[in-house]
Design a protein around this ligand. Structure first.
Ligand code: ADP
Ligand code: MG
Length: 379
């Protein structure tokens, strides 16, 4: 993928040769701006609060310094990365694996919805880096299978999503199990008051890195809305999928039932479509994600929770089939399209009950919206 790169080179950052080699294997040409600025700060041991839009390489920005810092010969967790979803836990773990392939530091992915056995064994083997979701991490602590008392680094990744998903109390409890003397860094796509507050509570004199104003994120995204009766939404989506030149499309709905219902209706109309939500097993979700990444699926329908933080590249259109719950969600969702110079389109369905709420959201989002008429209603 083509992420925006900084002027700098990896060679100018003082990166451990083993990791430098892995970076070259991955084909990364130059650090992204957040990597360029965050890596030296973390290498010097400071706390950090970093904001950069989705898809700008925040994972490597903390993975590289962590891989340099941990001692693979010590058989206890030295670094903890807290993420909001299991998909992210797996994604971040893969990135550690790729960047650390010449370092031999073990990592363990810890998330719910799967049996404990594999995770217990990964931890017992002596994982130096633990990447996980708050609930399951706490479960392991209570079961005595995870000991955080020797950590030296804690990362709160996707801090804005951790908050949106109501994980603040769990994060708080987790951090009480970590040594007071440690390095802490927060990474976030957005800079809400709540994220700043989280940073204030959990970091010590953090240095700040803010790459792009959040709006730049959605400037390359065309925001479109359509007025459509609730009962006509599936037909409207079908029409737009035919009319618009779409590559891959991500559709958001509020509930699992809504996701499944729409999945069936679009399938009947002959679309290559699949659903992803929290009611599915981890295996099922991974299989769907793989099919989407492989380009086998044209449309993916997701609940907000399931879709959070996933890196799905080359999405041309995002559809808010149900109105998003807050204006931040516009920014975040739209951030999934329109990456790397391509223009993406975010389409919001405004139903007959949604007018007031939509006006409010639109005002808060502070970006222009274009109204698109449906053929459905022009006959
Ligand atoms: P974020 O956490 O900021 O949303 P990620 O860390 O998931 O973004 O990175 C997005 C993608 O960019 C990943 O596929 C990652 O491997 C890739 N990437 C990261 N750093 C670079 C780089 N310096 N050059 C090219 N690609 C990169
Ligand atoms: Mg990330």
């Amino acid at each position: 993928m083509a992420v925006a790169l900084s002027e700098a080179r990896f060679g100018e950052l003082d990166i451990h040769p083993d990791i430098f080699r892995a970076i070259s294997d991955l084909g990364f040409m130059a650090p992204t701006p957040v990597q360029d600025r965050a890596i030296p700060i973390l290498q010097e041991g400071h706390d950090l609060f970093a904001q950069a839009q989705t898809g700008t390489g925040k994972t490597a920005a903390f993975a590289i310094p962590i891989l340099e810092k941990v001692d693979p010969s010590l058989r206890h967790p030295q670094a903890l990365v807290v993420v909001p979803t299991r998909e992210l836990a797996l994604q971040v773990t893969r990135e550690f694996g790729a960047l650390g392939k010449y370092r031999h530091a073990r990592e363990a992915a810890i998330y719910g919805g799967v049996p404990y056995g594999t995770q217990d064994r990964a931890l017992a083997r002596g994982a130096a880096i633990v990447i996980g979701t708050p609930g399951r991490l706490l479960d392991h602590i209570e079961r005595g299978t995870l000991d955080l008392s020797h950590l030296s680094v804690v990362i709160l990744d996707e801090a804005d999503r951790l908050l949106d998903m109501g994980f603040a109390p769990e994060v708080h409890r987790l951090l009480r199990h970590c040594p007071a003397k440690r390095q802490t860094a927060l990474f976030s796509a957005t800079l809400s008051v709540q994220v700043r507050d989280l940073a204030r509570r959990f970091t010590h004199e953090p240095l700040q890195v803010a790459i792009d104003p959040e709006k730049a994120n959605i400037d390359s995204v065309e925001q479109v809305y359509v007025e459509v009766l609730e009962q006509d939404k599936a037909r409207a989506l079908d029409e737009l999928l035919r009319r618009f030149d779409t590559d891959q499309v991500l559709v958001f709905r509020h509930t699992k039932r809504g996701v499944d219902g729409l999945d069936q209706r679009l399938r009947k109309r002959g679309h290559d479509v699949a659903a992803i939500h929290g009611g599915m097993t981890q295996r099922q979700r991974e299989r769907v994600m793989q099919r989407f990444r492989d380009g086998e699926l044209h449309v993916l329908i997701a609940t907000n929770v399931a879709a959070r933080g996933l890196h799905i590249e080359d999405i041309s259109h995002v559809v808010n089939y149900d109105l998003p719950e807050d204006a931040d969600v516009f920014t975040h969702r739209a951030g999934r399209t329109g990456r790397a110079g391509k223009t993406g389109v975010a389409i919001t369905f405004v139903g007959e009950w949604d007018f007031d709420e939509f006006d409010e959201l639109r005002e808060k989002a502070g970006v222009p919206f274009r109204k698109e008429a449906l053929e459905l209603y022009s006959g």
